[in-house]
Design a protein around this ligand. Sequence first.
Ligand SMILES: Nc1ncnc2c1ncn2[C@@H]1O[C@H](COP(=O)(O)OP(=O)(O)O)[C@@H](O)[C@H]1O
Ligand SMILES: [Mg+2]
Length: 271
Amino acid sequence: MFNAISSQASKLINLTRKSQNQSKTKIITVTSGKGGVGKSTFTANISYLLSKRGYKIAIIDADIGLANMQVLFDMKPKLTLFDYIEGRNTITEVISETKFANISLVAGKSGYQYAHIKNSLVLTRIVEDIKALNKYDLVLIDTGAGLNNYVQEFLSVSNNILALTTTDPSALTDVYALMKMLSVEKEKLLLCFNHTQNYKIGETIANSLVNLAKKNRLNTNFMVKYIGNVSTSANISTTSRLRKIFAHEFANDDITKQLQKAIDSILNNIK
Ligand SMILES: Nc1ncnc2c1ncn2[C@@H]1O[C@H](COP(=O)(O)OP(=O)(O)O)[C@@H](O)[C@H]1O
Ligand SMILES: [Mg+2]
């Protein structure tokens, strides 16, 4: 499936290579396999911190099961990704400004039936359309749980893939499945641990995943790059419930420092 989507996507990408080459925009797809690990929270917070560093950010909320980015940013956009997918609106019409300078959002919609649009490569097109605007430095795509067709399409079209996971065995199993799938076609996976008390624990588990990949002879050109850890904090869930961004409210917190460290590593490892 991934292969099929990839080959179709690469045809489309070849067609649009000109616009892509001229675009400064880098794409990062944030994924996990398992749901509820903190992807949306992480994406919103690193977007905020990147915007404070002067990067122009667009977020695409691509979680079809539970689109909550507009809740985290406390906004109610009239148009969503699905107005674009269904051909009613252009890319510029479905991009909304958040209350933060330098962060825009293509909001999602919960419960959308992706089955209607499969094989259309419309998700590839939205990424190409955003690149062609040449307005954003980074586009962060927040995907939902699982590795269904639409998540695979966003993985296929993105040069940079970041997996956020917990150290929970079922979450790690899902990340390993993701590694196996990506190792066929991609060069690298950025790996970040959430709900993980210190950097070292994440590093040790990341190394175990790499060793498992070696043992199972996954493609040796495929690299897993550990980028850091985020501890558990009640303040994260509280700020989310209050529709506020944690890193904005707690700029000097240790967890904000962990997020900054992860961002340094992300910026050093994307293309
Ligand atoms: N590091 C953390 N510490 C405490 N709570 C967190 C942390 N990261 C995420 N959460 C909470 O976990 C829940 C799920 O997070 P969310 O970002 O929606 O996950 P996902 O997008 O992976 O489904 C939310 O209530 C969020 O506030
Ligand atoms: Mg989410």
